[in-house]
Design a protein around this ligand. Structure first.
Ligand code: SF4
Length: 244
């Protein structure tokens, strides 16, 4: 079964531990206002790719992965292609390759459940803990994402919680505290790391190319004070929070 691939990044250092081959898959049900890869959102497009081609690429790069690295499936939303991913993930693991799934946690079916059962690590993006603000930010509610987090916890599946800190959108003390109350203070033992991701505008030019309006054009980048303040708040709830 073919996968629809948007692009690849070799030697990636941002999406999971160590050096990684990052495979960006095409298609995502969210419409995050700050999406850095808006060209991966449409379910149309992408390059139909046989899993064997990705396996071959991963095997070629395996010497660079070291002990921690491996392959990360990102997007877009990789779970949208879970059925095709499951056998490929198994095959990669049979070759001793660590596999991470970078997900918004919003899609659920038996293939996704299987995918999360076998992934070595899930990178779970929680865009907003507040349901209404999540809807404004992504176009979807966060109900399923929070249920996915609970499922990972219940089933003993390790995950990283990732949170993009957007000034005025997701960086209020109220929201960070609510996130901490939900996930922190030992409530989620399977959280291995909390990544606070500063807001950036690297994808902004792509909006122009797509003819889309970049709705956060007036949103400033985080100041150092804002980042330090947020990190201090996260540290009250988590002992594994890092500012990326
Ligand atoms: S979930 Fe990720 S790929 Fe999808 S719209 Fe949001 S930032 Fe973009």
């Amino acid at each position: 079964m073919e996968l629809k691939v948007h692009s690849y990044e070799s030697m990636g250092t941002y999406d999971g531990p160590g050096l990684r081959l990052v495979v960006f898959l095409q298609g995502c049900p969210f419409r995050c206002l700050y999406c850095a890869n808006p060209d991966t959102i449409s379910f149309e497009g992408g390059t139909p790719t046989l899993p064997e081609a990705i396996l071959k690429m991963a095997l070629n790069q395996k010497p660079f992965f070291g002990k921690k690295g491996g392959v990360t499936f990102s997007g877009g939303e990789p779970t949208a292609q879970a059925e095709a991913l499951v056998p490929l993930v198994r095959e990669l693991q049979e070759h001793g390759i660590n596999v991470c799934i970078d997900t918004n946690g919003a899609i659920w079916n038996s293939h996704v459940e299987e995918l999360f059962s076998i992934a070595d690590l899930v990178l779970l993006d929680v865009k907003q803990i507040n349901p209404a603000r999540h809807l404004d930010l992504t176009g979807r509610t966060n109900t399923r994402t929070l249920e996915t987090a609970a499922w990972l916890e219940e089933h003993g599946r390790p995950f990283w919680l990732r949170y993009v800190l957007v000034p005025g959108i997701s960086d209020t003390e109220e929201d960070i505290r609510a996130l901490g109350e939900h996930f922190g203070n030992g409530r989620y033992r399977m959280i291995r790391r909390v990544e606070i991701l500063p807001y950036h505008t690297l994808g902004k030019n792509k909006y122009e190319v797509l003819g889309w309006d970049y709705k956060l054009k007036d949103t400033p980048l985080n100041t150092k004070e804002q980042l330090d303040r947020a990190k201090g708040l996260f540290d009250r709830y988590f002992d594994c929070a890092v500012l990326n």
